[in-house]
Design a protein. Structure first.
Length: 149
């Protein structure tokens, strides 16, 4: 009887882990993260200011709530995820000259969208507050950068 319960537990655990990996990989694919990874994947350690446990939204409503690590330096934007959400989501480093920044007023909260020039149609939307921190870490004010980048 105990061996049957152990087998059921082990099988359930394997099923859960497999399902988790599948779902997280599908989110990477449908959000556009995987497509960004084809161009901007990096294994280099990030040198700049890092904002952990941030939130953002990408394509098809993929919401990365409090699991996004956003980094900023004079060279570019770094994106990564917390360990549990990392499968299928390589760490990214995107140079600033390949990003267009657009402020979008909304009904509830001011947001800023980072549009990735080499992957049209893929963007990351964050709160204006986070975007201001990212700009300061870069050494500029948010109102100094915009859609011309």
């Amino acid at each position: 009887m105990e061996s049957m319960q152990g087998a059921i537990f082990l099988g359930s655990l394997v099923l859960f882990v497999g399902l988790w990996f599948f779902v997280v990989h599908m989110i990477a694919r449908f959000s556009g993260w995987r497509a960004l990874g084809e161009l901007y994947s990096t294994n280099d350690p990030f040198r700049g200011e890092l904002f952990r446990f941030s939130s953002g939204t990408m394509q098809r409503g993929a919401s990365y709530s409090a699991c996004l690590n956003v980094g900023s330096s004079v060279r570019g934007l770094s994106l990564g995820l917390l360990f549990l959400f990392r499968p299928g989501h390589p760490s990214l480093f995107i140079p600033w000259d390949e990003i267009r920044i657009e402020s979008k007023p909304t009904r509830w909260i001011a947001t800023v969208t980072y549009q990735f020039v080499r992957r049209p149609g893929i963007s990351l939307t964050v709160t204006r507050r986070l975007a201001e921190k990212v700009a300061r870490a870069r050494g500029v004010r948010l109102d100094e950068v915009g859609s011309s980048e």
